[in-house]
Design a protein around this ligand. Structure first.
Ligand SMILES: Cc1ncc(COP(=O)(O)O)c(C=O)c1O
Length: 393
C-alpha cells in the first residue's frame, strides 16, 4: 500500500492567523506594566498618568499598606490547602460574619475571586432541564458560569423587564428558573431595575442572583450595596460581590440564607477544588471592610466627582449611554476611532481604557472612564479639556 505524501500543516499556525485577525480588526490586546501611585495617579511603563482606568473607586487600596498597620496573620505565605482541607483560617469566619452583618443576611461565604464565584455558583444552582435568564450585558464570569451549567439560556435585552417577563412566561415548563443580573453594569455604568427583578422573581417563583461587583462599597448604608439601598434584601437569593473593586483588595463573597451557603460549600467546584486565600488577604479584606463602612466621605466625593464628569460630557453632547454612576462610558462606536482617541488621551497623560468587542457588543466600542474619589476638580477639568481636543482632531 502506497502512502501519499501529505502536506504537513503546522498545528500552531492558527495562533499567528488569529493574532493577525485581532490586529487587523483593532481588537488586539497586550499587557502594559502598571503600578498604581498615590491618589489619582498611575505609572504605566514609566509614565505617570492621571488614572481613569482603575476599579479602586474609593482609594481603599492605598490604605491597605502594611507599613500603616500590623497584621495578626503570622506570615505572608499561602494557606497551604483548600478550605475544606486545612486552609480554613479562623479569619474566614470573622470576614463572613462581617459580610453577613453588612448585607443583612443569615450567612456569608468568601471566594477566591469574583470570576470563581460566578463561574462556580451558577452551575451549582442550575443544570440540564433548568432555565437561566441573563441580562445581555452580564459579565463574562456570569456567561461562563451559565455555559458550564448546561441549563437552557434565555438572554433578555439589557434591563428590558417586559422582555424578561415574556421569556419567563414562555419558560414555565422548566424545572427551576434562575434570573441573573449585575446591579450596576460594569461597562455601561447604568443600574438594573432591581425592584422589578424581585417582582418577576416572585411572579414566576424563580431564584434571583445579583452581582454587586461595582456597586458594593459605593451605595447603601455603610456601602452595603444597591440591594441594601433599595431595601430588597429579602427578595434576592444570592447577593454576590467582590473585594477587588471599591474594597481595593482581592477576593469575593456571597451573602444569603444559611442553608444556601451550606449548599454552596458542598456543591461549588471553584470553592471546593481550589486553594484557600492566604490568611493575610483575608485580614486585608477585614480591614478594607472596616474602612469602606466608616469612610462615608469617600462615597460622597465619588458621587460628587461622578456627577460633575457626567454632566460635563453630556453638555458636550457626548454619548454616555444611560450611566448614572462613577462608571462613565464615552460611546464612540467605531473600534479604530475608539483606540485612536484613547491613544491621544494617553499622550496627554490620561489613562483611560478602550473597551471593544467581545467585552461589549460590536459597534458599541467606548472609552470607559472610571471616576475615583481621589480625583480633584483639576484632574476632571484637565481630562475633559484634553478629551475635547482629541475629539476635534
Ligand atoms: C460584574 C463583575 N462580576 C465579576 C467580576 C469578577 O471579579 P474578580 O475581578 O474579583 O474576579 C467582575 C470583574 O471584572 C465584574 O466586573
Amino acid at each position: 500500500m502506497s502512502i501519499h505524501p501529505r502536506i504537513r500543516v503546522d498545528p500552531l499556525s492558527f495562533i499567528d492567523q488569529e493574532l493577525s485577525r485581532l490586529k487587523d480588526g483593532s481588537l488586539y490586546r497586550s499587557l502594559k506594566e502598571a503600578n498604581t501611585e498615590k491618589n489619582s495617579k498611575i505609572c504605566v511603563e514609566g509614565n505617570l498618568l492621571l488614572n481613569f482606568c482603575s476599579n479602586n473607586y474609593l482609594g481603599i487600596s492605598e490604605e491597605l499598606d502594611l507599613s500603616k498597620f500590623q497584621l495578626s496573620s503570622s506570615n505572608l505565605g499561602g494557606s497551604g490547602s483548600s478550605r475544606l482541607i486545612s486552609g480554613n483560617s479562623a479569619l474566614y469566619s470573622q470576614l463572613e460574619q462581617s459580610i453577613a452583618d453588612l448585607k443583612g443576611t443569615e450567612s456569608g461565604l468568601v471566594f477566591s475571586s469574583g470570576y470563581m464565584a460566578n463561574s462556580g455558583i451558577i452551575p451549582s444552582l442550575a443544570g440540564k432541564g433548568d432555565a437561566i435568564f441573563s441580562d445581555r450585558l452580564n459579565h463574562a464570569s456570569i456567561i461562563d458560569g451559565i455555559r458550564l451549567s448546561r441549563a437552557s439560556l434565555f438572554r433578555y435585552k439589557h434591563n428590558d423587564m417586559a422582555h424578561l417577563d415574556s421569556l419567563l412566561n414562555k419558560a414555565q415548563s422548566y424545572k427551576s428558573k434562575l434570573i441573573i443580573s449585575e446591579s450596576l453594569f460594569s461597562m455601561d455604568g447604568d443600574i438594573a431595575p432591581l425592584n422589578t427583578l424581585v417582582e418577576l422573581k416572585e411572579k414566576y417563583n424563580a431564584l434571583l442572583m445579583i452581582d454587586e461587583a461595582h456597586s458594593g462599597g459605593i451605595y447603601g448604608s455603610h456601602g452595603a450595596g444597591l440591594i441594601n439601598e433599595l431595601d430588597l434584601v429579602k427578595g434576592v437569593d444570592i447577593q454576590m460581590g467582590t473585594f477587588s473593586k471599591a474594597y481595593g483588595s482581592y477576593g469575593a463573597y456571597i451573602a444569603g440564607k444559611k442553608n444556601m451557603i451550606e449548599y454552596l460549600i458542598n456543591k461549588v467546584r471553584s470553592f471546593i477544588y481550589t486553594t484557600a486565600l492566604p490568611p493575610h488577604i483575608i485580614e486585608l479584606n477585614l480591614k478594607a471592610l472596616e474602612l469602606v463602612k466608616s469612610h462615608q466621605w469617600r462615597r460622597d466625593l465619588l458621587k460628587k466627582n461622578s456627577e460633575y464628569f457626567r454632566e460635563e460630557l453630556v453638555n458636550l453632547d457626548l454619548n454616555i449611554g444611560k450611566s448614572t454612576s462613577h462608571i462613565i462610558p464615552l460611546i464612540l462606536n467605531d473600534e479604530t476611532f475608539t483606540i485612536e482617541t484613547c491613544d491621544a488621551l494617553w499622550k496627554y497623560g490620561i489613562a483611560a481604557i478602550p473597551i471593544r468587542p467581545p467585552t461589549v457588543p460590536g459597534g458599541t466600542s467606548r472609552i470607559r472612564f472610571s471616576i475615583l474619589a481621589a480625583h480633584d476638580r483639576n484632574d476632571l477639568e484637565f481630562c475633559i479639556g484634553k478629551l475635547k481636543q482629541c475629539l476635534k482632531q
